[in-house]
Design a protein around this ligand. Structure first.
Ligand code: ADP
Length: 478
């Protein structure tokens, strides 16, 4: 049985078992884990708190070597780790390998950043005094991650946390512990001192709750649902801990009359349905202007029907299964809700059988929607998209921005004027022109506005904002 990693070792197995099931074939038990609880989480926090100071004083070469080792091993094993990821989460093999590759590069990026942590030196406005502005580690960072990116999201939180000199208590999602465990196993051989990195596998309500409430954890970074994220922000505020949240999306993709039709349909299919639509950046509201609407809908329906849904590990699969029974149930419920609200189900939306028993769902497109419908306002987190018809760009922009979320916003157009206007006026943290709303680079900031994100940005050099505190030191020089 696999176990949590605390204070430099994988702990003894306890009694509570957690089975990791393959969503493409529910008879396939990938791994069995021992579930940790509150006591183990407290041990992990104590270990991290004890190790934090010394790691905070580690030199850049040490940090570079460790992060570079982790990144190199991930990249060298990308096929194997990608297959494991696809097997437990259900995204296709190329997507799984792509995600692992990205995780490897994230560690490499932050290995380099460790060499570039600097500060500023200014003269004081007072005669003969100088000022140093430096970045210091925050201390112990709690990392709570969701199931949809089992390696990339842990990587983009763990790598900067370590890079900037923090100790970590990491809680992966219980649905996808195998990828997290493989990552922890690599980290365990990286030369990192005991206690600096800890991984606790267990339920959010115990392990997560303990991390959030501990006064020894100075910062919490969380990706997951709006409801859990809101609760975390409130509890962190109550005890003055730093908090960073990445939550949902209801991302619009505008298609204008002047768009390249083929490209727009590719962008829509890729953004809405790849990774089974289980990306917070997925396009779930496609907003199309009158002149291109009929052609767009016809081609989109044709392409969507032709998508091959199947076992994530089969080479001809384009869309893997939904990740879990409860997520499938949620998707099917939203499909019912949309029908009851009066939307027209254009294609898909039915559970289908595969060669093995899994959570297979045909990607669904709804038309005749109104942006006030629940299907247009609430995040489904599955292969479900709506297409609405609007008169012109202005109406499209207003509808795109009419949402509680603001993560990613896309537009397909050949007009420089509209592309530029949209980049400035889309109320989202990320804007995509002639590219899918989902699929981002690893070296630049990631995050949204409104209910999608809270706190400093993740990734790229902007990650320093969350993982450090700024100190201003004055010195009388003469
Ligand atoms: P989803 O499962 O839809 O991604 P959740 O917000 O439920 O979103 O889960 C995201 C992460 O938060 C998971 O690791 C989960 O275990 C954890 N989590 C869920 N509920 C709580 C909670 N009450 N306290 C702390 N962590 C939680």
């Amino acid at each position: 049985m696999k176990t949590s990693y605390i204070n430099g070792r994988f702990i003894e197995a306890g009694e509570q078992e957690l089975k990791n099931i393959n969503p493409s074939d529910i008879s396939d038990v990938i791994d069995t884990f021992s579930r940790a609880g509150r006591a183990e989480t407290r041990q992990a926090i104590t270990a991290a708190a004890a190790a934090a100071d010394s790691w905070g004083r580690s030199n850049p070469q040490q940090r570079f070597d460790i992060l570079d080792f982790i990144g190199s091993e991930i990249l060298a094993r990308r096929e194997e780790l990608g297959a494991l990821l696809s097997r437990e989460e259900g995204k296709t093999l190329p997507e799984g390998i792509g995600e692992v590759t990205r995780a490897g590069y994230l560690f490499k990026f932050f290995a380099g950043e460790a060499l570039r942590i600097g500060g500023e030196k200014l003269d004081s406005v007072r005669a003969g005094a100088t000022i140093d502005i430096t970045r210091e580690p925050v201390g112990v960072v709690g990392i709570i991650t969701p199931w949809n990116f089992p390696v990339a999201i842990p990587a983009w939180k763990i790598a900067p946390a370590l890079c900037y000199g923090n100790a970590v208590v990491f809680k992966p999602a219980e649905l996808v512990p195998s990828s997290a465990w493989a990552l922890a196993e690599i980290i365990s051989r990286s030369g990192l001192p005991a206690g600096v990195f800890n991984m606790v596998i267990g339920p959010g309500r115990e392990v997560g709750d303990e991390i959030i409430g501990s006064n020894e954890v100075q910062a919490i970074t969380f990706t997951g649902s709006v409801s859990t994220g809101t609760m975390i922000a409130q509890r962190c505020a109550a005890r003055m801990a730093k908090v960073q949240l990445e939550l949902g999306g209801k991302n619009p993709l505008i298609v204008l009359d002047d768009a390249d039709l083929e490209q727009a349909v590719d962008v829509a299919v890729q953004g809405s349905f790849y990774s089974t639509g289980q990306r917070c950046t997925a396009s779930s509201r496609i907003i199309v202007t009158d002149g291109i609407y009929n052609d767009f809908i016809a081609l989109l329906a044709k392409r969507t029907k032709a998508l091959r849904v199947g076992n994530a590990l089969s080479s001809d699969t384009q869309i893997g299964p939904v990740a879990s029974a409860s997520q499938l149930q949620q998707d099917l419920e939203y499909i019912e809700i949309a029908k009851q609200e009066g939307a027209t189900l254009l294609v898909g939306g039915k559970r289908i059988e595969g060669e093995t028993e899994g959570y297979y769902l045909q990607p669904a497109i709804f038309t005749d929607v109104d942006n006030r419908m629940r299907i247009c306002r609430e995040e489904v987190f599955g292969p479900v998209a709506t297409v609405s018809r609007v008169a012109d760009y202005e109406a499209a922009l207003a509808e795109a921005n009419d949402t509680q979320f603001g993560l990613s916003a896309g537009i397909c157009t050949t007009s420089l004027k509209y592309a530029e206007h949209y980049k400035r006026h889309a109320k989202a943290g990320m804007v995509m022109v002639n590219l899918p709303t989902a699929g981002v680079d690893y070296h630049v900031p990631f995050g949204g506005t409104k209910a999608s994100s809270y706190g400093p940005r993740e990734q790229g050099r902007y990650a320093a904002e969350f993982y450090t505190r700024v100190k201003t030191a004055y010195q009388k020089a003469d």
